[in-house]
Design a binder for this molecule. Structure first.
Ligand code: C5P
Length: 234
């Protein structure tokens, strides 16, 4: 898959999502459907967005006992999306259960594992989650677990894309949220970079939400992200 700019469609409902997507008359962005939109629109919204010709990353971050994840992933596989994900913190057994479900369904979806959320700092990870290692070592370890469990890649910060590739090989996919244009507010995100920097750091695909959805001209913001990330414009 070529480098992709994936737009996080974090909208409250179908109406908001389509009034955003309708602005794109020339391009069909790869879209990410997360919990908010999925919980309001359900599988129907996934089918509808897909029918309009968008590729889809269904970002539901499954994290439960292996049997529940296995059975849930069987259902998600039926939606025939391009990417799905789980939390690496759910254990290797859980990730293998997700892999098994996709394989049994003959799914072509890339299975990604979230390493550490890009809204988490190293300090909070150590103090609150009680993980007594550096962010880099933790992300590397979770990525290695994910690779061994049969995942196709991880969701991580662009700041960690290089170390993931080093540990898991260049074909192991890195999908990186935590992207902001130079002048944007970070919001709740902590481990952030620009699209141009994500390209330099070796991200395969970037995920951008508010810097596009909240822009005055979202289509222009999308095009700017594409120019920076895919074509290397500064
Ligand atoms: O608006 P913003 O660009 O911060 O949106 C980032 C998107 O990526 C959100 O939908 C968020 O749920 C998702 N995400 C993330 N960090 C992760 C995994 C997913 O920000 N590690």
């Amino acid at each position: 898959m070529n480098r992709e700019v994936i737009v996080a469609c974090d909208f409250r409902d179908r109406e908001e999502a389509f009034s955003f997507l309708d602005r794109f008359t020339e391009e069909k962005p790869f879209v990410k459907i997360g919990m908010e939109l999925f919980y309001s629109g359900g599988p129907a919204i996934v089918r509808e967005i897909k029918a309009r010709g968008h590729r889809i990353f269904l970002d539901l971050k499954l994290h439960d006992i292996p049997n529940t994840v296995y059975k849930s992933m069987l259902r998600l596989a039926e939606l025939d999306v391009d990417m799905v994900n789980v939390h690496a913190a759910g254990t290797s057994e859980m990730m293998r259960a997700a892999r098994r479900a996709l394989d049994e369904k003959g799914s072509r979806a890339l299975l990604l594992a979230v390493t550490q959320l890009t809204s988490t700092t190293e300090e909070v990870m150590q103090r609150e989650l009680w993980i007594g290692h550096s962010m880099e070592d933790t992300v590397r370890h979770y990525a290695q677990n994910a690779a061994q469990a049969g995942c196709d890649g991880v969701v991580c910060s662009p700041l960690e894309a290089g170390l993931v590739k080093e540990a898991c090989g260049s074909s192991f996919c890195t999908v990186t949220p935590g992207i902001r244009f130079e002048s944007d507010e970070k919001g709740d995100q902590k481990r952030v970079t620009t699209p141009a920097m994500a390209r330099r750091l070796g991200s395969d695909h970037i995920v951008i939400g508010r810097s596009i959805t909240g822009a005055k001209d979202p289509v222009e913001a999308y095009r700017r992200a594409v120019r920076e990330f895919k074509e290397g414009e500064q």
